[in-house]
Design a binder for this molecule. Structure first.
Ligand SMILES: NC(=O)c1ccc[n+]([C@@H]2O[C@H](COP(=O)([O-])OP(=O)(O)OC[C@H]3O[C@@H](n4cnc5c(N)ncnc54)[C@H](O)[C@@H]3O)[C@@H](O)[C@H]2O)c1
Ligand SMILES: O=c1ccn([C@@H]2O[C@H](COP(=O)(O)OP(=O)(O)O[C@H]3O[C@H](CO)[C@@H](O)[C@H](O)[C@H]3O)[C@@H](O)[C@H]2O)c(=O)[nH]1
Length: 467
C-alpha cells in the first residue's frame, strides 16, 4: 500500500530542511522537536494543551529540563521551530509526522494507547500529501500495525503513507544531552527506503542508527527498560542482603561494575525506581506477556521488589522508632530523580502519605518539584522554604532524591538545626566517613548504620526486620 510513497521527494530534501510535525509536547515530543529544528529541519510542535503551547511559543518549557529553554529560544528565533494547538494547520505540508503523545498505565497495568489512536484518526483526516508517520511513543508490540490500519481506513485524501517505529531512549534530567549523545537510534520499518529516509533526518546527530523490522523496534524499547529496571531491582536485593550480612553495597557495586560485562551504570541501590517509564513499561510488558500466555516471572519479581523497596525507609523508621506519632519529619527530595520536576511514580508520594497516616508532622523540600508536588502529595504535607528551614527543629530527616544541593551539604547543619540529628538517606548521598565525622545518626541503603560514631555490631539483627 506504500509502494508509491514519494520517497524520492522526501529523501531528496537532504539531511536538513525536512518539514517535520511533532504531535504531543511532553519530554519526548518537545525535546525531539527542538533538536530536529536545531539540526536544520523546519519543525512544528502540536499539542492540545493551550497553556503549554502559549508558554512554549514564548520559549518557555512547561517542565524543568536542563539546557532545553536556551535551545528552544535559539530555534524559535531562527524561524525553524513553531508551536500550535491546531492539528490540521500543524500537519500542513509535513514530510514526516512524529507521534509523541502519552501512553499512560491503565489500572490493569497495560498501556493506554487511546491518545495514539485519536491522533491517528486526526492524521488520517489531515494529511494531504505523501507522509512518513513515526511512532515515537512507547507502544506495545503490534501497535504500529494497528495504527497503520486505522490511518489507512480513515484517509480523507488520496495519499500514500508509511508507519515507522522509532522509540525514544532519552532520560529526564539529561534529555537534551541524551538526544545529541545517545547510544543508538532505532528505526523499525517494513520498507528499507522509508527507514533510510528517517535515518537521513537524524543524520546530523551523528549517532549509531539500527534499522530493524517494526515489531523488533517496538520490543527493543520495552526490553531495554525492563532490563534496566531489572538491574536496579537486582542491586536493591543485593543491598538488602548486604544489610543483613554486614557488607557495604557501594563496595559490592564497584566490584561488580568493574567487570565490563556488568558495567557500573544502574547499580545504584536506593529506594527503587520511579518515573513515567520504568513502572509503566515493566507492567505493560507483563500484561502483554500474560496476553500471549507467557508467564514473565523474572519481570513480575522485579516489579514486586521495587514496590517493596520504595517502602524501605518506612520499615527502617518503624524498626528504629516504633511509633512515629507526633514526630516532626523533614523530607528532602520529592521528584523521582534529580534534575527534573517530574513527580510521576516518585517514592516521595507513598512515603509522605504513610508518614502522615502514622501521625507524623511532615515538612518537605525539593529544589524544583515543589510546585508539581502539591498535586501529588497528601494535603497535610507542609512545604519548607529552604533546606535549613525544612530540617530546623525536626526529629528525623529523610533524603529521597539525590539532588547535588543535598549531596554538597555540610552535615554539621543536621547537628545544629535538628532536634536530634537522625538522617535516613534513601539515595546514599554521603560517605559513612562523612556521617561519622559529623556525628549524625545515619541510616542509608545497603550499608552499616552509623550511630554514636560506631558501626554497630547489631547491624545484622537490626536488618532482620526491615522488610
Ligand atoms: N518521559 C520520558 O522520559 C520518556 C522517554 C522515552 C519515551 N517516553 C514515551 O514517550 C511518550 C510520551 O511521553 P512524555 O512523558 O513525553 O509525554 P507526556 O505524557 O508528558 O505528554 C504527552 C503530551 O501529549 C499531548 N497530547 C495528548 N493528546 C494529544 C492530541 N490529541 N493532540 C496533541 N497533543 C496531545 C498532551 O497534552 C501532553 O502534552 C510515552 O509513550 C512515553 O512512554 C517517555
Ligand atoms: O542505578 C540506578 C539508576 C536509576 N535508578 C532510579 O531509576 C529511575 C529511573 O531513572 P532513569 O532511567 O535515569 O530516568 P528516566 O528518565 O525514567 O529514563 C528511563 O526511562 C525512559 C523512558 O522510557 C528511557 O527513555 C530511558 O532510557 C530510561 O533510562 C529513577 O527513579 C532513579 O532514581 C536507581 O534507583 N538506581
Amino acid at each position: 500500500m506504500f509502494n508509491n510513497l514519494n520517497i524520492e521527494k522526501i529523501a531528496g530534501i537532504g539531511v536538513a530542511n525536512m518539514k517535520v510535525s511533532v504531535i504531543g509536547t511532553g519530554y519526548v515530543g518537545l525535546v525531539s522537536g527542538v533538536s530536529l529544528a536545531d539540526i536544520g529541519h523546519d519543525v512544528t510542535c502540536i499539542d492540545i494543551n493551550e497553556r503549554k503551547v502559549s508558554l512554549m511559543s514564548k520559549g518557555k518549557s512547561p517542565f524543568y529540563e536542563p539546557g532545553l529553554e536556551p535551545l528552544m529560544k535559539k530555534n524559535i528565533v531562527s524561524g525553524r521551530l513553531h508551536f500550535t494547538t491546531e492539528i490540521q494547520k500543524g500537519l500542513l505540508n509535513a514530510d514526516i509526522v512524529i507521534i509523541a503523545v502519552g501512553t499512560p498505565m491503565k489500572d490493569d497495568g497495560s498501556a493506554d494507547i487511546s491518545q495514539i489512536k485519536q491522533v491517528s484518526l486526526q492524521i488520517a483526516e489531515s494529511i494531504v500529501k505523501d507522509t512518513i508517520i513515526i511512532i515515537k511513543s512507547t507502544v506495545p508490540v503490534g501497535t504500529n500495525e494497528l495504527i497503520r490500519d486505522i490511518i489507512f481506513s480513515n484517509l480523507s485524501h488520496n495519499v500514500e503513507f508509511s508507519v515507522v517505529s522509532n522509540p525514544e531512549f532519552l532520560r529526564e534530567g539529561s534529555a537534551v544531552y541524551d538526544t545529541y549523545h545517545g547510544d543508538r537510534i532505532i528505526i523499525g520499518s517494513d520498507n528499507y527506503r522509508v527507514a533510510e529516509c528517517v535515518a537521513t533526518m537524524y543524520k546530523p546527530l551523528g549517532m549509531n542508527i539500527l534499522i530493524t523490522d517494526i515489531r523488533s523496534a517496538e520490543m527493543i524499547k520495552y526490553a531495554s527498560n525492563a532490563f534496566l529496571a531489572t538491574k536496579i531491582s537486582f542491586i536493591n536485593e543485593i543491598s538488602n542482603l548486604c544489610e543483613r550480612l554486614g557488607a557495604n553495597i557501594e563496595e559490592v557495586a564497584l566490584g561488580m561494575g568493574t567487570d565490563k560485562r556488568i558495567g557500573h551504570e544502574f547499580l545504584n541501590a536506593g529506594i527503587g525506581y520511579g518515573g513515567s517509564c520504568f513502572p509503566k513499561d515493566t507492567n505493560a510488558l507483563v500484561q502483554v506477556s500474560d496476553q500471549v500466555g507467557y508467564n514473565f516471572e523474572l519481570l513480575k519479581g522485579v516489579i514486586r521488589v521495587n514496590q517493596r523497596q520504595q517502602k524501605l525507609l518506612l520499615h527502617k523508621l518503624k524498626h528504629r522508632f516504633g511509633s512515629l506519632k507526633g514526630k516532626r519529619i523533614a523530607v528532602l527530595g520529592l521528584s523521582f530523580k534529580p534534575n527534573t520536576d517530574d513527580m510521576r511514580e516518585a517514592a516521595s508520594i507513598i512515603i509522605t502519605d504513610k508518614l502522615i497516616e502514622q501521625g507524623a508532622e511532615v515538612v518537605v523540600y525539593d529544589p524544583k518539584a515543589m510546585k508539581n508536588a502539591v498535586q501529588w502529595l497528601n494535603p497535610k504535607v507542609n512545604y519548607g522554604i529552604s533546606i535549613k528551614e525544612t530540617i530546623r527543629e525536626t526529629d528525623i530527616a529523610l533524603i529521597l532524591t539525590e539532588w547535588d544541593v543535598f549531596k554538597e551539604l555540610d552535615l554539621s547543619i543536621f547537628v545544629e538545626l535538628m532536634n536530634s540529628p537522625i538522617v535516613f538517606d534513601g539515595r546514599n548521598c554521603f560517605t559513612l566517613d562523612e556521617a561519622m565525622e559529623a556525628g549524625i545518626e545515619y541510616h542509608s541503603v545497603g550499608r552499616p548504620v552509623i550511630n554514636n560514631n560506631i558501626i554497630p555490631d547489631r547491624l545484622v539483627k537490626l536488618a532482620e526486620s526491615y522488610v
